[in-house]
Ligand binder design. Structure first.
Ligand SMILES: [Zn+2]
Ligand SMILES: [Zn+2]
Length: 170
């Protein structure tokens, strides 16, 4: 989707709303494809005293894999974004401005893709207190108890008991 911003630039106080769905289903993230649903984008460009100001809200539901227990889960993610737009960079201006193309248009899909991908988390947990998998027996500690204890060699069981005894005695 391209936004032609030449008319708005001549119209102080004017507002140009937009809405689109960005398809990121082919995008790989950390070796997976979390974008099973499109990213819904709603926003507007406002001419504020001659400056073009873009604000947008991006929202989707991601399909993710937990880094601790390897379970699949879904999580809604919303990104609020804002930037200034310009036809060209004036002297001394920093790079915090998105430039329009030669025809005074904004490539909206491309920008929204970049914005959303920059906000993706590098770590994903199905829940903050996910217990993960036991490194010993591989049990998913969220749903089953660790089996390491039960697999203890009986010859050591006596010793373990003694150590426990000692601890409680202290
Ligand atoms: Zn987990
Ligand atoms: Zn275990």
């Amino acid at each position: 989707m391209k936004l032609d911003l030449k008319p708005l630039a001549q119209q102080p106080g004017g507002v140009l709303p937009f809405a689109l769905q960005a398809d990121l289903s082919g995008v790989e993230w950390n070796g997976a494809r979390p974008f099973v649903q499109p990213v819904h984008v709603e926003g507007q460009v406002r001419n504020r005293a001659g400056a073009l100001e873009l604000t947008a809200r991006l929202n989707t539901v991601l399909s993710l894999t937990c880094d601790r227990c390897a379970g699949s889960f879904q999580r809604e993610k919303t990104v609020e974004y804002g930037t200034l737009l310009a036809f060209e960079l004036a002297n001394g201006e920093s790079g915090d401005i998105v430039l329009l193309n030669r025809d005074g248009e904004l490539e909206l899909d491309e920008l929204m893709r970049e914005v959303f991908l920059l906000e993706m988390d590098t770590k994903n947990l199905c829940s903050e207190d996910c217990k993960g998998l036991c490194p010993g027996c591989g049990a998913d500690l969220n749903v089953e108890p660790c089996r390491c204890q039960r697999e203890t060699d009986p010859r050591w069981a006596k010793l373990a008991q003694l150590l426990e005894q000692e601890e409680t005695d202290q």
